[in-house]
Ligand binder design. Structure first.
Ligand code: ATP
Length: 205
């Protein structure tokens, strides 16, 4: 997948997550957000070891990166940004945004929008310095089944933009625990990779 590029006046969506694995929920929400926000680039930022999921073991980052790369052909606006892993960032969104600002992604040069599913909006009050995060970047929310936006008990609701992206009822956890059919939950090349590499207990026939 092409890496995120620092292009003047570019409108850039930043989509952070563990992507273990990337699935149609991520992809369709990302495509919808890119359309609605008129984005030139939409970067997936796989997290190395996110602070809010420390109790879990993740598929190694190079494999999650590879699975994202297998999704690159689905939309020509898709990009990869490995800053969290490569710069060994602590994994909080604020640190990531601050790092991007340091390396030139400032608002005078390009416009950044942080994308998150509505489950993350519910969690936002528990994030590291949410007020500072909202001051440092525009945030747009992609609704997710089971996490109604209007039920988010958060004072931040009025400060974020709620998108009309498609509702897709898939989560990575359901894939890992085999509650959904792999072939319906992820793009075909990702399903093939998961089976070939025996990820999540899947195996070739
Ligand atoms: P897990 O089940 O492992 O917690 P996940 O499916 O929630 O994973 P993550 O990689 O943790 O996926 O999520 C990254 C981002 O994608 C988060 O902002 C999350 O809200 C968003 N997201 C995940 N699934 C969907 C979906 N089906 N629709 C919209 N947004 C989603």
């Amino acid at each position: 997948m092409t890496h995120l590029q620092l292009i003047e006046n570019s409108r850039i969506g930043l989509f952070g997550g563990t992507f273990d694995p990337p699935h149609w929920g991520h992809i369709k929400a990302a495509m919808g957000a890119a359309d609605e926000l008129n984005l030139d680039q939409l970067a997936f930022l796989p997290a190395n070891n996110p602070p809010h999921k420390r109790d879990r073991k993740f598929t190694p980052i190079h494999k999650r990166k590879h699975m994202l790369e297998l999704c690159s052909g689905l939309d020509q606006r898709f990009r990869l940004c490995m800053i969290e892993a490569e710069d060994d960032l602590p994994g909080t969104t604020l640190h990531t945004v601050e790092r991007l600002r340091e390396i030139g992604y400032n608002e005078e040069f390009c416009h950044l929008i942080w994308l998150m599913g509505s489950d993350s909006l519910h969690d936002l009050p528990t994030w590291h310095s949410p007020e500072r995060l909202l001051e440092s970047i525009e945030i747009a929310i992609m609704p997710r089944p089971g996490y109604p936006v209007d039920k988010a008990q958060t004072q931040f609701l009025k400060e974020v933009r709620i998108l009309k992206t498609p509702l897709v009822k898939i989560s990575a956890e359901e894939i890992r625990s085999k509650q959904v059919r792999l072939g319906e939950a992820v793009p075909a090349p990702v399903a093939e990779y998961i089976i070939k590499n025996c990820l999540y207990g899947f195996a070739p026939d």
